[in-house]
Every structure is written in structure tokens, then in C-alpha cells.
Design a protein around this ligand. Structure first.
Ligand SMILES: Nc1ncnc2c1ncn2[C@@H]1O[C@H](COP(=O)(O)OP(=O)(O)OP(=O)(O)O)[C@@H](O)[C@H]1O
Ligand SMILES: [Mg+2]
Length: 426
């Protein structure tokens, strides 16, 4: 029983809960309770936003991301994809939050009960992937790249599996085989086409070997539909006949895809795989999701891309630069704000949540990107777990004592916890 109802049941002179509290429906996404007691929110606007979450390990980055993912999905009805679950953290996210203290905090200030995120776990097929047995009881799918699309950019993928490989002049010969290669639906057929149709003159011998070796390397990785036809390169919605890359189709089906990348992280071609799916979602978004908004979330960004020459950095960079006009928003979390590739960081961030950190390089970068004063900068060092300084190049909306107002200043506070469960680090 709440205090108000308890007191009013003792003596009617005390106000009831209804009399004491004014009910407010908040359409913005509550992210934190400020140290002054305000409910601080990301406002619902007509355009998607970009957001970085920074801080050292174990302070609350993934927690706030979990909250944002759930809120974008449940509260705003947006599509969301988790593009990099490196630590298999999101297995928990498909259950409601169990931690009593977190639920009480959310309930006290914003009356939000726990709710799971409807996740489908997406496993990129590789030679070493293993889907844990308990995940097989959840919703999951194993995916592969479509050979027919790979052929459009063959040099790129062959380079991914053989980092020193440069298709160079040989590209011309491979391009000439494209039509025949498109017809292939098994590695044997690919090998036959190469055997039969690559020039056999003496002068081409070295080049022929190079091309065959690169194809063999690509085939050996088991990342293609022609090597693993039991996995999915595309998914299809039965009723609408809609067919596309697995991420877009899962979002169409109102699931939240979570890309399980614990195994992919060690593969030399991982950047090409990330780039393929990011580009596939972005390039068709306006056509496939007319009038809808989609957010891509990358946790531990440094594991996805470290330098501008990583294909994934270019792909995320295009979301940062062109996501807004394509209705695709971007959220990433990282311990290394100073190591974000310029492509990704090129476009101005709308929001940033900084958890405790004491690298002066990072603090200086944050201070310059978000115009922080010295006091705020120093404060970031002393934040406790779950405490955050929220900053914006746009605006936050605050609710306090029945009022709603906007602010552009950095705000310190404690995060609202995710509504879905979360993996507690040991
Ligand atoms: N369900 C839970 N119950 C209690 N504490 C939790 C729970 N989930 C997470 N925590 C704690 O919250 C803190 C923040 O966790 P979070 O996963 O957000 O860390 P992080 O900032 O993403 O760190 P990293 O960079 O290592 O991924 C950790 O100390 C963690 O143990
Ligand atoms: Mg984390």
C-alpha cells in the first residue's frame, strides 16, 4: 500500500493518492532521475537521433542501452536491432527485469512495470558457431550471406577472408564469369566454373591459382548460402510475401533481432559481415519501412570498428551521416570515446551519456564535443555506478512537480533501469 492510501485509511483527514498526485502521461523516453529530482527524458521528435554511451567497464552503459532499446520498441513502437552482442548479454533481455531494487526505482518515479524485449537471436554461421541449447528454446535463426549478392562486390569479400588478397587486374576475369557463377548453388559448381572458364594459358597460371585459392578460402569459412543452405540468407513473411535480409524481416515481424557476435569477433572478415547487414538495412529502409523509424544499436563499438578503413566503420558512418534522412537512428556504447573512427563520429551526436571515466583524453574530447565546463568534466570522474552525466546538442525534456520544460544543459543523475532483465557481471 502506498503511503498516501495507508495514511488516508487511518484517518480521512489525510489526502488519498489520487488527491496527492497528478497523473501525467509521458510520451518522451525517461532516461534518468536528475540529482534535483527531475525525470529527464529524450523527447519524441519527428526525426531519429544519434546517441553515444561512454564510460568505463561495469558502470551502466549496457543497462541504459537495454532501457533505450526496450523503450524505443515498446513506448514509441519503433523497430530496433541490436547489431553487436559480443558478450551474449541479450539472452537475458528476452525476460522481464527480475532485480527488485531496479523495478522499485522505476515504479516509484515513473510507474513502469518490467517487460521483456521480444528478441530473436541471430547467429552468423561460421566454422565454429555453436547455438547454446537453452537458446534453442528461444527464438533464434542462423544466417549466411547470399552468394549472388557477394558476387556484386567479390573483391571486397575475398579481401575479407584473405586480408592480403587484392583482386586487382584479375577482377576483370572474375567479372566475366559472373553470370555462370550466379547460376551456382554449391561449392562444387563454383569450382567447376572456375576450372572450366578461367583462362588456361600459361601466362594466366599464377593469377588462376590466386583466384581459386581466394574462392576456396571464402568457401571454407561456411558463411555463404551455397555452403550452408540450411541457414538463411533471406527471410520471408508468409502473408505479405515480403523477402529481405534477416534483420529487416525480423523487424517487420515486430521482433528485435540481436546479432550474437561472440564467435564472429575473432574472424578476420567480421567487418565485411557487419558492413553487409548495416548497408542492407539502411539502403532499403525508406522503401521497406515507409513512415517507420528504426534504430541500430552497437554495444562495444570498438569490437565492430576501430579505424576508418574498416568496412564496418564506413557502414556505421553512413548511418551517422544519412540515417536521419532514411529514418534510421544510431546508438553506440563504448569505453573508448577517443577511439571512435572519424567516419562514425563525423556527424554531430544528438545525445551522449557519460558514466564514470577518468581518462583525461576522453574527458577533453567530451568537453569539446558537448561544451562542458571544467566542473562537469571533473564530475564525470567521481560518478558512482548507475550515475551518469547526460549531455546533448539537441535538448532534454524534464518533468518536475507537474511541470514539463526543456533544457540543453548537461544534467547529472541516476539512470532509470531497463524494463527487460540484464546480465549482472561477476
Ligand atoms: N540484473 C542485475 N542486477 C544487479 N546488478 C546488475 C544487473 N545487471 C547489471 N548489473 C550491474 O550493473 C552494473 C552496470 O552493468 P552494465 O552491463 O551496464 O556495464 P557496462 O557499463 O556496460 O560495462 P562493460 O563496459 O563491461 O560492458 C554492473 O556493475 C553490473 O554488475
Ligand atoms: Mg556493457
Amino acid at each position: 500500500m502506498a503511503v498516501g492510501s495507508h495514511l488516508s485509511s487511518i484517518n480521512p483527514a489525510f489526502l488519498t493518492d489520487e488527491e496527492r498526485w497528478k497523473k501525467m502521461e509521458i510520451t518522451d523516453i525517461p532516461v534518468m532521475l536528475s540529482h534535483r529530482g527531475e525525470i529527464v527524458c529524450i523527447p519524441k521528435e519527428s526525426e531519429v537521433f544519434s546517441c553515444a554511451i561512454v564510460g568505463s567497464s561495469g558502470k551502466g552503459k549496457s543497462l541504459i542501452a537495454n532501457r533505450l532499446v526496450g523503450s524505443l520498441y515498446h513506448q514509441w513502437g519503433y523497430n530496433v536491432a541490436v547489431m553487436n552482442d559480443l558478450s551474449e548479454e541479450t539472452y537475458k533481455w528476452s525476460e522481464p527485469m527480475k532485480r527488485g531494487q531496479f523495478n522499485e526505482f522505476n515504479d516509484t518515479y515513473i510507474h513502469q512495470p518490467p517487460v521483456e524485449s521480444p528478441i530473436t537471436y541471430v547467429f552468423p554461421n561460421t566454422t565454429s558457431i555453436k547455438v547454446p541449447d537453452f537458446v534453442k528454446k528461444k527464438s533464434y535463426v542462423k544466417i549466411v550471406l547470399p552468394f549472388n549478392e557477394i558476387l556484386d562486390n567479390l573483391g571486397f569479400y575475398l579481401g575479407g577472408v584473405c586480408p592480403d588478397f587484392d583482386l586487382g587486374k584479375s577482377g576483370m576475369y572474375v567479372n566475366e564469369l559472373k553470370e555462370e557463377l550466379l547460376e551456382c548453388d554449391s561449392p562444387t559448381q563454383v569450382k567447376e566454373v572456375l576450372e572450366e572458364l578461367l583462362p588456361s594459358e600459361k601466362g594466366f597460371k599464377a593469377m588462376g591459382i590466386k583466384i581459386r585459392t581466394a574462392f576456396n578460402a571464402l568457401i571454407k569459412e561456411e558463411i555463404l548460402d551455397i555452403t550452408n543452405p540450411e541457414c538463411h540468407a533471406y527471410l520471408k513473411l508468409r502473408e505479405e510475401g515480403y523477402i529481405s535480409n534477416p534483420f529487416s524481416v525480423l523487424m517487420k515481424a515486430k521482433a528485435i533481432p540481436s546479432f550474437i557476435t561472440s564467435d564472429l569477433r575473432t574472424k578476420k572478415y567480421k567487418s565485411e559481415v557487419f558492413a553487409y547487414y548495416i548497408n542492407a538495412i539502411l539502403k532499403n529502409h525508406l522503401r521497406e519501412f515507409p513512415g517507420e523509424k528504426t534504430f541500430l544499436f552497437f554495444d562495444e563499438l570498438r569490437e565492430v570498428c576501430e579505424r576508418d578503413d574498416n568496412p564496418a566503420a564506413r557502414a556505421i558512418g553512413s548511418v551517422a551521416a544519412r540515417g536521419r534522412i532514411n529514418n534510421v537512428g544510431l546508438i553506440y556504447a563504448t569505453q573508448f570515446y577517443d577511439k571512435i573512427p572519424p567516419y562514425v563520429k563525423g556527424a554531430k551526436l544528438n545525445y551522449c551519456f557519460a558514466f564514470a571515466h577518468n581518462s583525461s583524453k576522453i574527458l577533453n574530447e567530451l568537453a569539446s564535443d558537448f561544451d562542458l565546463d571544467k566542473k562537469t568534466k571533473e564530475r564525470i570522474k567521481r560518478l558512482k555506478t548507475f550515475e551518469v552525466i547526460a549531455m546533448t546538442n539537441n535538448k532534454f525534456v524534464c518533468y518536475f512537480d507537474g511541470d514539463r520544460y526543456e533544457t540543453t544543459k548537461p544534467i547529472r543523475g541516476t539512470i532509470f533501469y531497463p524494463l527487460a532483465d540484464h546480465l549482472q557481471a561477476n
